[in-house]
Design a protein around this ligand. Sequence first.
Ligand SMILES: O=C(CO)COP(=O)(O)O
Length: 138
Amino acid sequence: MNIALIAHDKKKQDLIDFVMAYSEIFSEHQLFATGTTGKLIAKETGLTIERFQSGPLGGDQQIGARIANDEMDMIIFFRDPLTAQPHEPDVSALLRLCDVYKIPLATNEASAEILIRGLESGWLDWRSIKEKRVRYDG
Ligand SMILES: O=C(CO)COP(=O)(O)O
């Protein structure tokens, strides 16, 4: 599965801790991240992560493009709901695309934990075994 990891600045340590806690599961998947998030997680966990641009420089949009190309299976995005982001439109667009393409999305540890445990238990296998994914056709 292709999993994108994203965290706003005040949530980065939380995401590092989360990925560290479940590193055995994450290590079995292809990991992607926005620039700074990916750099920090890779450094702290030793996991291989393909990095996009930093969020404010277009990283969220690059991940959104992967979703639109049916190339992302799960998004873990620890958002900071208490700090205004200069690239808020990009953030909203990414969340919107998760709904458009029915991509599992977790925006905090509680929901991320359920997704990761579900992933481990095979609840999301349908995404990889389905021959032809359901695409949004308007
Ligand atoms: O801003 C972000 C997501 O909106 C995250 O970007 P960085 O991982 O580069 O800090």
